[in-house]
Design a protein around this ligand. Structure first.
Ligand code: ADP
Ligand code: MG
Length: 214
């Protein structure tokens, strides 16, 4: 068993002359739930893509997970509209586990629906099911609830918490919502000037302090 779910050192990414990530170090333990805050444009999505192995222009040292152990969820569910829900979930994996994953996210019986027939919250549930069937050791989520209404968001928080308690992946959740970060995570990070400027256990994190760091 690897001792880290994420371990990167001196991660640097620049666009033109500007260093968006600047010698960033980050370690996440197996099963740890980490929330990443930072103002808009601070480089949160850039960091997530780098860790996911989706960015080939990033430099640094790291022992990143091999891709099949990582699952990524985005703000928009990125379901393929021409595939039914079950086929979206099982895309690229051995068929057979999708139905159970859909049951787990509360979508029993919706296997044959088209993505367009689902609400935004339901589409995010499908996206979570698609992550689950991959049995990831690391779940990367980029503002997955950002486009949802407040009530749906609360339900999704409960679902994510339940799924994580059961499957214990390490999680890196990007959010701009301080309350969401403190409520869901074990540890809260703030990205500032290309580095992890603040790194606190969630139970110590003071909302005012976090807001002032953004
Ligand atoms: P965040 O997710 O924190 O809002 P991003 O990681 O998306 O921020 O972007 C950080 C900065 O990097 C922004 O200034 C953005 O314009 C820039 N950036 C991101 N991707 C690209 C790209 N492909 N080309 C040029 N600039 C980019
Ligand atoms: Mg972003």
């Amino acid at each position: 068993m690897a001792t880290h779910a994420v371990r990167v050192k001196n991660l640097t990414r620049q666009f033109q002359q500007r260093k968006v990530l600047d010698d960033l170090d980050l370690t996440i333990a197996p099963g740890e739930f980490v929330a990443l805050l930072g103002r808009s444009g601070s480089g949160k999505s850039t960091l997530l893509k780098a860790i996911a192995g989706l960015d080939h222009d990033v430099t640094g040292e790291g022992t990143l997970e091999v891709p099949h152990e990582v699952a990524v969820a985005f703000q928009d569910s990125r379901l393929l509209p021409w595939l039914r829900v079950l086929d979206n979930v099982e895309l690229g994996v051995k068929p057979g586990r999708g139905k159970a994953a859909l049951d787990e996210v509360g979508l029993k019986g919706r296997e044959r629906a088209w993505p367009a027939e689902l609400s935004g919250g339901e589409q995010q549930r499908v996206a979570l099911a698609r992550c689950l069937v991959r049995e990831p050791r690391l779940l990367l989520a980029d503002e997955p609830f950002g486009a949802l209404d407040a009530l749906t968001r609360i339900k999704m928080h409960a679902l994510l918490r339940e799924l994580c308690a059961k499957h214990r992946p390490a999680v890196l959740l990007v959010t701009h919502d301080v309350d969401e970060a403190v409520e869901l995570a074990d540890r809260v990070l703030v990205l500032q000037e290309g580095r992890i400027g603040l790194d606190l256990p969630a139970h110590d994190a003071d909302r005012t302090h976090l807001l002032s760091a953004l």
